[in-house]
Design a protein around this ligand. Structure first.
Ligand code: NIG
Ligand code: FE
Length: 410
């Protein structure tokens, strides 16, 4: 495909080369983007654009990079509306788990589904996410729990990943999420198998780029997660960790020690943990939909900001604690509940999210910003200003969503 162009009143580039104190998102007013079916070739003010490329003018609207959802459990099947009713009646996460709900309920649904069913459910979900502006989506396994279940989920994710008319998928093996019934008497063996044979199998079959573990009270310990992190690093995989959702058990320090790409949740983290994350350059992935559902206090955003830790905003899309597919909803909550500025939120759902997935920086065709050479992932919003992405809430506001220069949603 030859070059084509789009114009709009505001082009929010998120390109570090254009960001200044007064222009925190590198916005170009009355701008033009030229792109082909792969990447952006030119971005700048309309007055400097050449005259020989056809340009579609989107008038008074705003264009941003495609949204990047850096933390999802989107490969789930089934519904957990029953436990939501329990939760609203006062049951805690732990009460629900004790009644057979929670992660184990989704585990049962995954075990009873075929690979094709998981694939079709995930593809349909990603299509809806695309229509909300998402062009890249991290997807975790973690409801299989047993080797065959994890393999089934990861294979379904790999099949969906081949689809070019859906968001770009980054697969994560969530190696330690919950202990299945069958492993209650052999916890050490379960952890060791995840860290060795399973991880090796999934890495060599290219079924995952990242590994994740749930480090918390009533979940997995720092020492258990360390086994998984260390073998992931030896295999060349990146590490992301669920840390401090309910209690600070030292997960932030572990993330820093193993050079994790991201530490996610972080409602409970000490100053020492924050200092370690800052020093190691680990991104914090904030999940406001989850803490909203659970009625929790926000993470210590001011301390994270003061420490200079990149703050990513993600949906945590899952059927229990974040029953949504909407990254824009998480962005709205990040502003309303966590006190992020709209600009911090937009950067956290685009370039900073891409960076936490290893898709920005010295990689051939980065994602997450509108800049020459980057993948042509962008959203034309039916909105007059980028701040309107986080307010008003609740309805899809995209006019066009392009991944690699091709429309995947509207
Ligand atoms: O990120 N904390 C653990 N994992 C998920 C919850 C998954 C579930 O309840 O199914 C989370 O909130
Ligand atoms: Fe999660």
């Amino acid at each position: 495909m030859s070059l084509v162009g789009v114009a709009a009143k505001r082009i929010v580039t998120c390109d570090p080369a254009r960001i200044t104190k007064d222009n925190p998102l590198g916005t170009i007013e009355d701008g033009v983007i030229l792109y082909d079916q792969h990447s952006f070739s030119w971005v700048g003010p309309r007055a400097s654009a050449g005259a020989n490329v056809p340009i579609i003018d989107h008038g008074d609207r705003v264009i941003t990079p495609g949204l990047v959802d850096a933390h999802t459990h989107a490969a789930w099947v089934g519904s957990r509306h029953d436990e939501y009713v329990m939760r609203m009646a006062g049951a805690s996460y732990l009460d629900i788990a004790a009644a057979g709900g929670g992660i184990v309920a989704s585990h049962n649904a995954v075990m009873n589904a075929s690979e094709e069913e998981i694939e079709q459910t995930l593809a349909a979900r990603l299509k809806r996410m695309a229509s909300l502006g998402v062009t890249t989506c991290e997807v975790k396994s973690g409801y299989g729990l047993e080797p065959e279940g994890e393999r089934k989920q990861l294979r379904a994710i790999a099949r969906v990943r081949e689809e070019r008319d859906l968001p770009h998928v980054v697969p994560t093996f969530l190696a330690l999420h919950a202990l299945p019934k069958s492993a209650k008497a052999s916890r050490d063996h379960y952890v060791l198998r995840a860290a060795t044979t399973l991880l090796q199998e999934f890495a060599s079959a290219k079924l995952c780029e990242f590994v994740d573990a749930y480090v918390d009270k009533n979940a997995f310990t720092v020492d258990e997660a360390r086994l998984v992190c260390e073998s992931a690093k030896k295999l060349g995989l990146g590490v992301r960790l669920h840390v401090g959702q309910f209690a600070d058990v030292g997960g932030a320090e572990l993330a820093a020690e193993v050079g994790a790409r991201s530490v996610d949740h972080l409602e409970n983290v000490s100053d020492k943990g924050i200092a370690a994350l800052a020093k190691a350059g680990v991104s914090a992935v904030l999940l406001p939909t989850a803490s909203f559902t659970l009625g929790q206090e926000p993470p210590p955003v001011e301390r994270l900001r003061a420490a200079g830790i990149p703050m990513v905003v993600a949906s945590d899309a899952n059927p229990g604690t974040a029953p949504t597919e909407s990254l824009p909803l998480a962005m709205a909550l990040a502003v309303r509940l966590y006190g992020l500025t709209p600009a911090e939120t937009i950067l956290g759902a685009t370039r900073l999210a891409a960076a936490s997935l290893g898709l920005w920086g010295s990689v051939p065709h980065p994602r997450g910003a509108i800049a020459p050479g980057a993948r042509a992932d962008f959203v034309v919003w039916d909105l007059p200003h980028e701040n309107a992405i986080v307010q008003p809430w609740g309805s899809p506001k995209t006019l066009l969503v392009l991944r690699d220069g091709v429309c995947i949603g509207r």
